[in-house]
Design a protein around this ligand. Structure first.
Ligand code: SF4
Ligand code: SF4
Ligand code: SF4
Length: 369
């Protein structure tokens, strides 16, 4: 089982200003940045799985294992233990979104087998952090929690139970049932699919494509089945690592970069580029929009409103007054009193600068004599 990188989904392929390091921070021993892009040695395998669960855009994956397929197969089975010795190559392929979705979708409590990480302090810490974040979010809208098992699985009885569980897992996971669930999930999210740009050059088109990761589709689908709590809490923004709520300040110049580059379509505009709209449920907190914004006009809201999970809405972060340039006739973003677009204004300034250039000495001499 090998690690695979789909560069077209990595935000670093979209802009040289991208600062995302989440994969390297999750698997520092196996991944690094080379010329601004994630890199790992040929043949790097499942030991780098922490980066799979950490990548916000699902650019990283393992060969021969699909977390999305696993999600449906696991729910279809009767087993409620997640363990690298039982049913998946590493717990760290699971993101916080997967963990929340699994807890919400399962009738019975889910247990994560952490004893497997007894000798891997970094792996254990990362998994505990993800479980803690998932449980913190779960506690804000339901009474379900993920449980952890730190018990050493060395006694014959535990091993026997594991083997029995593996048989039960494989036996109880009916393929038709899993496929049925998957189809229902795909139909449910069809309406959420963001628009993809159509650009002639194949590779550039792929890089520019808007793609909502499966883990977000899974979370969206699962949340539609969760009961809305009576009290809708506001959590500290920093406590939620996979989604954000934003604002745009008056320093925005409507340069269009953020909403053209957003990998999921969470930020977008209308046909006239007269506004910036934002759908928080599509935001994967990749930070790319912040990285490319020259005037630093995009900010994170102080708190994350849980209401977004149950009443998702598109917000207009800023609206612009679009007018026709009096010089060239092209539309531009109007600011106090301007009659022409930025390009015509630059041309006008250049022409004026040229006109004001001091005359050659001889002429000056002739005029003043
Ligand atoms: S975490 Fe994902 S998007 Fe970020 S740099 Fe790594 S591969 Fe790219
Ligand atoms: S928020 Fe920043 S990047 Fe987006 S349009 Fe405004 S200035 Fe450009
Ligand atoms: S809105 Fe910004 S942080 Fe969210 S997905 Fe788009 S580019 Fe990334």
């Amino acid at each position: 089982m090998k690690l695979h990188l789909d560069l077209s989904r990595c935000v670093r392929a979209k802009s040289k200003f991208a600062s995302c390091m989440q994969c390297v921070e999750a698997s520092p021993k196996h991944l690094g940045m080379v010329e601004g892009l994630p890199s790992f040695a040929k043949g790097t395998g499942v030991e780098a799985a922490a980066c799979v669960g950490a990548c916000p855009t699902e650019a990283l994956s393992l060969s021969d294992f699909s977390v999305t397929e696993f999600f449906f197969t696991f729910l279809e089975s009767k087993v409620r233990l997640l363990s690298p010795t039982l049913n998946l190559p590493s717990l760290l392929v699971l993101s916080v979104e997967h963990l929340i979705a699994l807890a919400v979708a399962s009738e019975e409590p889910i247990v994560l087998d952490l004893h497997y990480y007894a000798k891997d302090r970094v792996g254990l810490e990362q998994m505990e952090e993800r479980i803690a974040e998932a449980n913190y979010l779960l506690s804000s809208f339901c009474d379900k929690r993920l449980e952890s098992n730190h018990t050493e699985a060395t006694t014959p009885q535990v091993v026997e139970d594991m083997v029995a569980s593996r048989r039960a897992f494989l036996g109880s996971a009916s393929l038709t049932g899993a496929l049925k669930q998957k189809r229902a999930f795909e139909e449910a999210v069809e309406a959420e699919e963001p628009h993809a740009f159509e650009i002639a050059q194949e590779m550039i088109a792929k890089i520019k494509e808007r793609h909502l990761p499966d883990k977000r589709k899974i979370l969206l689908t699962t949340l539609t089945r969760a009961k809305q709590p009576e009290v809708l809490e506001v959590l500290p923004q920093e406590a939620v690592g996979f989604i954000s709520q934003k604002f745009v300040t008056a320093s925005c110049t409507n340069c269009q970069i953020c909403y053209r580059i957003c990998p999921t379509g969470a930020l977008h505009s209308d046909g006239n580029f007269s506004l910036i709209a934002f759908d928080a449920m599509l935001c994967v907190k990749c930070h790319l929009c912040h990285d490319v914004c020259e005037p630093d006009a995009i900010g994170l809201q102080g708190g994350f409103e849980i209401a977004e999970f149950f009443e998702p809405r598109e917000r207009t972060l800023v609206a612009f007054d679009i007018r026709r340039c009096e010089e060239c006739g092209n539309p531009f973003t109007y600011h106090e009193g301007e009659q022409s677009c930025p390009r015509c204004r630059i041309e006008e300034e250049e022409a004026m600068a040229l006109h004001q250039t001091p005359q050659p000495y001889t002429k000056y001499h002739e005029v003043t004599r």
